[in-house]
Design a binder for this molecule. Structure first.
Ligand code: HEM
Length: 170
């Protein structure tokens, strides 16, 4: 059962789309900076810029996307534990949130402080994680539109009265 009015639900969905697709955009910018760094662009420009991007945009967006995604599940008829596509998105986003806050953000900040003293391994730290996360975000966008795999549990039977019309959309 939805706890939101149709207007409230549209507003929440809009917020969900703006935050999650901004997360994808920020991730692509991070990847572009990583590629620039690997190709020899000025490390004292590229990596501090990546540090700022992660600290002020990517990490805060990770928290916001997780919260708004959770609200989109709990406050709509989709629920968190009813449909496989919702639960899989929640699991992936939760894992990504942990990795961004505990691993990616500290790593990028460390690299930003190294100046020009960087190994190829350091430079790859700004290529591999954004490649993986961008792929996961695209996968989640596809899951959201196709909504595959059906329900986790069968729907509870609903008492129908003669003349009731079947619901075709959620
Ligand atoms: C905590 C993680 C997430 C949860 C629990 C979640 C859950 C949901 C739910 C329940 C809806 C349907 C909302 C409605 O019909 O009003 C939805 C829509 C959508 N979500 Fe997420 N989401 C999460 C993260 C993401 C991420 C990371 C992306 C993309 C990068 C994303 C992309 C979308 C898109 C494109 C839709 C619109 C689908 C449509 O209207 O057909 N979501 N999400």
């Amino acid at each position: 059962m939805s706890r939101l009015s149709p207007t409230g639900r549209k507003a929440l969905l809009t917020l969900h789309l703006v935050t999650s697709l901004s997360w994808l955009g920020a991730d692509l910018v991070l990847l572009a900076l990583g590629v620039a760094g690997l190709r020899g662009a000025d490390a004292e420009v590229v990596y501090p810029a990546a540090g700022l991007l992660v600290t002020w945009l990517f990490a805060p967006l990770s928290v916001l996307v997780w919260l708004v995604g959770l609200a989109s599940a709990l406050l709509t008829p989709w629920g968190l534990l009813r449909w496989r596509w919702v639960l899989v998105k929640f699991a992936i986003t939760t894992a990504m949130l942990g990795l961004v806050l505990l691993l990616l953000a500290p790593t990028v900040r460390r690299i930003a402080e190294l100046g020009t003293d960087l190994t190829t391994r350091d430079r790859l730290d700004l290529i591999i994680p954004p490649t993986v996360s961008t792929t996961l975000l695209i996968v989640m966008t596809v899951l959201s539109t196709y909504k595959p795999w059906g329900r986790l549990r069968p729907a509870a039977p609903v008492a129908r009265r003669p003349g009731d019309r079947a619901r075709s959309r959620m």
